[in-house]
Design a protein around this ligand. Structure first.
Ligand code: C2E
Ligand code: MG
Ligand code: MG
Ligand code: MG
Length: 281
């Protein structure tokens, strides 16, 4: 049986893997080239505080405008950049660009930057953050780093020390995509996060299944009792927003408020939500 399965998978392997490897090599070449030419852009999505009813910051989201393929999703190219060892320079580029832009925004607005597992535990992260804050003049309290559970799985020992060094600079750290990994609860107990971002998969199913509603309620309660802020990702409808508000979620983010926008549109987004005469959605 094992033999026939092996033979079956071998047949599948030959042509398809070849094509995939080929595509992959092209992607690698393009990615190196793009980094050299700085062919990336940072988009910004507002994060809305339900406490103040104002935008309290933006999340920086990387965009790669590929010459032949148009916008390539970060979900597609970040894992490749990690494997190629390009994620550290790429991540530092995003950090620098996002902090530079944010240093020009009104003082109340924070900037959240995603950091991959490889970058977070690299020897240079703390130095890069310190140097970026110094160079851009952004106060540490206005910077948040978003990490996923894979960081903790990869290197729990180093993580604690890094979290403390960041905290000493006033920089906050969020647990991104909460609820999609392996052992979220034990990580929350062991690591001093400032914020939990409830994954959009849960937000999407709000109101559709009782189980989801109970989980979201529990996570918000958990965050509150651990002294962590909760942010819901992927809020697309008024009904989802109403439920999150009723459950006491602190912050929300999603297409209902705004899609991620290029830097040129950030002032209009701020004006729309925080301006003197606020427009209604
Ligand atoms: P994430 O950090 O969880 O970011 C949220 C993703 O949800 C973003 O996708 C955002 O555009 C999308 N989103 C926001 N609101 C909505 C909504 O209402 N509905 C739906 N369906 N989606 C929404 P994006 O920009 O494609 O990024 C995907 C992931 O790639 C991010 O997930 C993050 O893990 C990673 N990523 C993005 N930029 C960077 C970066 O600069 N560095 C690293 N290491 N990772 C990044
Ligand atoms: Mg994120
Ligand atoms: Mg997320
Ligand atoms: Mg995600």
């Amino acid at each position: 049986r094992a033999k026939s399965e092996a033979r079956g998978s071998f047949r599948f392997f030959e042509p398809e893997m070849d094509a995939r490897l080929q595509a992959r090599r092209l992607m690698e070449r393009d990615l190196r080239d793009a980094l050299a030419r700085e062919a990336f852009e940072v988009y910004y999505q507002p994060i809305y505080s339900l406490g103040t009813e104002r935008i309290c910051g933006f999340e920086a989201l990387l965009r790669w405008n590929h010459p032949g393929r148009g916008f390539v999703s970060p979900a597609e190219f970040i894992p490749i950049a990690e494997e190629l060892g390009l994620i550290v320079p790429l991540g530092e580029w995003v950090l620098r660009r996002a902090c530079e832009e944010a240093s020009r925004w009104p003082d109340g607005l924070k900037i959240a930057v995603n950091v991959s597992a490889v970058q977070f535990t690299s020897a240079s992260l703390v130095t890069a953050v310190r140097e970026t804050l110094r160079a851009t003049g952004l106060p540490g309290r206005r910077l948040e780093l978003e990490i996923t559970e894979s960081v903790l799985v990869a290197n729990p020992g180093a993580t604690t020390a890094i979290l403390h060094s960041l905290r000493a600079m006033g920089v906050r750290v969020s647990m991104d995509d909460f609820g999609t990994g392996y052992s979220s609860l034990s990580y929350l107990r062991s690591f001093p996060f400032d914020k939990i971002k409830i994954d959009q998969a849960f937000v999407r199913d709000l109101g559709a299944t009782d189980g989801t509603d109970f989980i979201v309620r529990a996570v918000i309660g958990l965050g509150a009792s651990l002294g962590m802020t909760t942010t819901a990702e992927g809020v697309e409808t008024e009904a989802q927003l109403a439920r999150l508000r009723a459950e006491g979620c602190d912050e929300v983010q999603g297409y209902l408020f705004s899609r991620p926008v290029p830097i040129t549109q950030v002032p209009a987004v701020i004006q729309r939500w925080n301006g003197a005469a606020r427009a209604i959605a």
